[in-house]
Design a protein around this ligand. Structure first.
Ligand SMILES: Nc1ncnc2c1ncn2[C@@H]1O[C@H](COP(=O)(O)OP(=O)(O)OP(=O)(O)O)[C@@H](O)[C@H]1O
Ligand SMILES: [Mg+2]
Length: 240
């Protein structure tokens, strides 16, 4: 029973689809990194699997259960949690309040206390800032809250969309350690990032998304050099 199986997915926003028959599997305890040029469908893929847009074709199975057509809230309740590219937190709410409220599904409510302890251990900065309003946090700290919100939902599969976008190298390193800790727990991960080096460190397998399909795959356990990555993005002529 695989955590996630996507078969021949077609989805988009208007007449022309963004996802063009996309197929992808995530194995038990597997961490998969998605990368690829801007605008080729990575975020759209995460929105389709989390029920925010309806696919016009194909199937989505979460631990063997078909979830295509289910509401976003029902999909969260099933344990597929998507932390979006730009965080959607309420600026006037405090950190602890935000985290507690995020455990809203029946399944998540059973583990609220343990999840909260886990999030505050993972992100000691949030423990220090537990009574601060979201609007007073730095961008990196908000991103930590956004991931914390995802973890409070008791994920069985966690999808993170560019969690380090716009962060300083230091905060990026902090997040890398935290995501590494999450990954060690065995939780299946779908991690979208432009930074291939970052993905190589945190995932087992990298998949390139181009033109709404999954293309080239790289095994992250084998070293991959910079030239190979540049060649993938820009063609062989730009490999140097
Ligand atoms: N709400 C929307 N309405 C119409 N078109 C959209 C919408 N959101 C995205 N698109 C279009 O869908 C295509 C794929 O966008 P998507 O956000 O999935 O790309 P991406 O691979 O995540 O890119 P990036 O690396 O820049 O985040 C783009 O051409 C984009 O302009
Ligand atoms: Mg995106």
């Amino acid at each position: 029973m695989l955590p996630l199986v996507l078969d021949d997915l077609v989805a988009g926003y208007g007449a022309a689809p963004v996802l063009n028959g996309l197929t992808l599997e995530i194995g038990a305890r597997e961490r998969v990194g998605l990368f690829g040029p801007n605008g080729h469908g990575k975020t759209t893929l995460l929105r389709a699997i989390s029920g925010l847009i309806a696919p016009s074709r194909g199937s989505i199975r979460l631990f063997d259960k078909p979830i295509s057509g289910m509401s976003p809230a029902a999909i969260v309740a099933e344990g597929l949690i998507h932390v979006p590219q730009s965080n959607l937190l309420f600026p006037e709410m405090e950190v602890l309040e935000t985290l507690r409220l995020a455990a809203h599904s029946a399944r998540a409510r059973q583990t609220t206390a343990a999840s909260l302890e886990g999030v505050l251990t993972l992100f000691p900065r949030l423990a220090e800032r537990r009574s601060q309003k979201i609007k007073t946090l730095s961008g990196g700290e908000r991103q930590m809250v956004a991931i914390g919100v995802g973890l409070m939902g008791a994920p069985r599969l966690l999808a993170l969309d560019e969690p380090t976008l716009g962060l300083s190298p230091k905060l990026k390193d902090e997040l890398c350690v935290a995501i590494g800790d999450i990954a060690k727990s065995g939780l299946p991960l779908l991690l979208v990032e432009q930074d291939v080096e970052f993905l190589l460190e945190l995932t087992d397998r990298l998949v390139m998304v181009t033109h709404g399909r999954c293309g080239v795959e790289l095994d992250a356990r084998q070293g991959i050099d910079h030239a190979t990555i540049m060649a993938l993005y820009f063609g062989e002529g730009h490999a140097a």
